[in-house]
Design a protein around this ligand. Structure first.
Ligand code: ADP
Length: 680
């Protein structure tokens, strides 16, 4: 079963792809383009009209000049024979003939006379007609086309001459069929009209002259029939269609006959340019289409026609000039104008655009300069701030350095003070240590004196030897004290650990002995290339730290039943970079509360006079200066306190390090240093 499905909305008509749409001109661009086209078209049209007008004006002017010449030529020809009738009337034979028209001798004389005058005057024919219009004598009496006996009473020139004295007419000869201009004058005697003398003039020379020229010139009669023309095709044709009456009248006079005679040329006025000038169109045939060498395709041709009346006649003489060349040059002018306008418009647009671009660039440059100035101002501000910060940093650094120097000297003072405090603590023991041999010295020297007095020099010598040993030991103690108390800045150098330990133990040796403390030492074998372990330290400072640790351990063990001071040397398993010296005791250990404040200056749990609380603080400072660490180890189940002093390992002076040597093995060395034991 078909269910009605919901109608799917038809997809929207496809829009222009964005890229094509972006390329389409905007409305304002289209308007501008249209305005541009309109401007160019208007300019071209104006140029065309102007050029056409100028060209036609020139044509009209040229044609007017030509018509002046042509008209005067024609009129000259027409009036050339006006004298003839008067001349002929002077001949008594002519009047005589008109009175006696049948006198053969007279006829013959007049015929010859007329033939002579015709030859002299170059007229086509001269003849005498009686009142009935019959030709009595003629210059062509002896030719086949002789007028003698012919009646011309129907010809207008005869009628006009009879009635008004003179008659003029242009038409085909009724006998010769040759065209000509007829001029007739009445001949009378004593107020009585006797007859008419007529002259026929050929206008062929004029026509031939016009044909030789370039222009189309024509003469039309009052009916508009073209009878003189430089273009043969138009001969006897009419400018405009003739009415039937006019045609009948012409036929009566037998004026124009022949093929195509009296047919209309079809001249249509298109535009009036001036009173006597107009543009006419000719459809066909026209002078160009019918001229030799041209095909006969009918086409409309426009002419500039300039015409005027031939004075003294009812004829019009006309000049016709084809307008096409003028229009062609007008078209060129229009083209040039269009191009010039286009160029000018494009040039203007270019200049406008350029000005815009320059203005934009200037604006951009100004903005950039402004931003640059702003940036420079900011940089100057920041630089000032930086310079100030730099100065204050410099002064801070200088201050820091001063503080550091002060601290350093303070630390040195402190170290020295700590050292003095240690010596102070040990002074009782030292005094005792010195007093004992002093007392022994006294006894030994007294005894030596007695032995000498008693003659026992061997015993005296023996005593003196012991005295020397005691003096040496006392010197050693004082030398050690002097060395320990020396105040000198710390200098990092490789220090032999064993030597430092021995010196430190020497200074607390009396206490060790007196307080019955056992010293237990653990040290691994030094690397095979070394005689012993070296650390990077200052020997004097290292000894101070060790003495401090030993003294603290001894203090702690005063109440302990078991007194053992253990000194263990270790190296870092990973890379042998450090050496650890662990000092442990069997004292009560360090409580958490004390551990927290162990390295604070002036922290002490000892009774007044027994401790200043500076020992560990100073020791930690010294170790830090040496690049090592000092810390109290975590409490061990065995009890007692343990401190680990870590220092950087150093190479033995004059040797290169040997890290690939065999690992040192731990050895257990117990007891005090035997080297320190002196004979008593
Ligand atoms: P002083 O020895 O003058 O008291 P120290 O800075 O050397 O100053 O020691 C500070 C305190 O640390 C001691 O008073 C003591 O309480 C504690 N102390 C130091 N070494 C030990 C130790 N080996 N065993 C127990 N307590 C110790």
């Amino acid at each position: 079963m078909n269910s009605l499905r919901p109608s799917v909305p038809s997809p929207r008509p496809p829009r222009w792809p964005a890229r094509i749409a972006a390329r389409l001109p905007s409305a304002s661009q289209t308007a501008k383009a249209l305005a541009f086209v309109a401007l160019v078209a208007a300019g071209a049209w104006t140029a065309y009209r102007y050029a056409e007008r100028a060209e036609t004006s020139a044509i009209i002017e040229r044609a007017a000049h030509r018509l002046d010449v042509d008209e005067s030529t024609l009129k000259g020809e027409l009036t050339r024979y006006d004298y003839l009738p008067a001349l002929l009337s002077l001949n008594p034979d002519i009047a005589e003939l008109l009175r006696h028209p049948t006198d053969p001798a007279l006829i013959s004389r007049v015929n010859r006379y007329l033939a002579d005058v015709t030859t002299d005057s170059q007229a086509a024919a001269i003849y005498v007609l009686d009142l009935s219009g019959t030709t009595l004598a003629a210059s062509n009496w002896n030719q086949s086309v002789s007028f003698v006996g012919q009646n011309f009473s129907y010809r207008p020139y005869f009628i006009d001459a009879l009635h008004s004295g003179t008659g003029r007419f242009y038409g085909l000869g009724s006998t010769s069929r040759l065209p000509g201009y007829f001029y007739a004058a009445r001949i009378g005697e004593g107020g009585r009209v006797l007859g008419v003398v007529a002259t026929k003039i050929s206008l062929d020379p004029i026509e031939a002259l016009w044909k030789r020229g370039d222009e189309t010139v024509l003469v039309a009669d009052a009916n508009g029939v073209v009878f003189l023309t430089s273009f043969p095709g138009w001969k006897y044709r009419t400018l405009h269609p003739l009415s039937a009456a006019a045609r009948a009248r012409i036929d009566t006079k037998r004026q124009y006959q022949g093929p195509g005679a009296l047919e209309a040329i079809g001249l249509v006025r298109r535009r009036l340019l001036a009173p006597n000038a107009e543009i006419d169109a000719v459809s066909a045939p026209n002078p160009l289409a019918a001229s030799p060498g041209r095909n006969g395709i009918e086409r409309r041709t426009d002419f500039v026609v300039v015409s005027r009346r031939v004075s003294g006649t009812d004829w019009r003489i006309m000049s016709m000039t084809e307008i096409a060349p003028a229009r062609k040059s007008a078209r060129y002018a229009a083209l040039v104008a269009a191009l010039a306008l286009s160029l000018a418009t494009i040039g203007t647009l270019y200049l406008v655009q350029r000005r815009k671009v320059i203005a934009q660039r200037l604006a951009m440059r100004e903005t950039l300069e402004r931003m640059n100035d702003e940036l420079e101002r900011k940089v100057t501000r920041r630089t000032g701030a930086l310079a100030r910060a730099n100065n204050s940093l410099r002064s801070e650094i200088a201050e820091h350095k001063r503080t550091e120097a002060t601290l350093k000297s303070t630390l040195e003072e402190l170290v020295q003070a700590g050292k003095m405090a240690l010596i102070g603590q040990m002074s009782a023991g030292i005094t005792h240590e010195l007093n004992q041999p002093l007392a022994a010295l006294r006894t030994l020297s007294d005894n030596a004196l007695l032995f000498l007095q008693r003659g026992r020099p061997e015993e005296a010598e023996n005593n003196l030897r012991v005295i020397g040993g005691l003096i040496e030991r006392m010197g050693k103690i004082t030398a050690q004290l002097r060395r320990f108390s020396r105040k000198a800045p710390a200098e990092l150098a490789p220090v032999a650990v064993e030597r430092a330990l021995a010196n430190a133990l020497f200074l607390v040796e009396l206490r060790l002995r007196k307080e019955n403390v056992e010293v237990v030492r653990h040290a691994p074998e030094p690397p095979s290339a070394y005689s012993e372990w070296f650390v990077l330290a200052d020997a004097n400072r290292l000894e101070q730290v060790l003495v401090n640790l030993f003294a603290n351990a001894l203090d702690a063990m005063l109440e302990s039943p078991v007194r053992q001071l253990s000194i263990t040397m270790r190296t870092d398993d990973a890379d042998d970079a450090f050496v650890d010296i662990v000092v442990a005791d069997t004292g009560p250990g360090i409580s958490d509360a004390v551990r927290a404040r162990l390295f604070e200056p002036f922290f002490t749990t000892k009774p007044p006079g027994a401790g200043l609380g500076l020992g560990l603080a100073i020791s930690a400072g010294i170790v830090r200066e040496l690049g090592g660490t000092l810390k109290a180890d975590a409490p061990s189940p065995a009890g007692g306190a343990s401190f680990t002093l870590r220092l950087r390992r150093a190479t033995e002076p004059g040797r290169t390090d040997e890290t690939t040597g065999p690992r040192p093995t731990d050895t257990n060395r117990t007891g005090t240093d035997d080297a320190d034991k002196e004979p008593r």
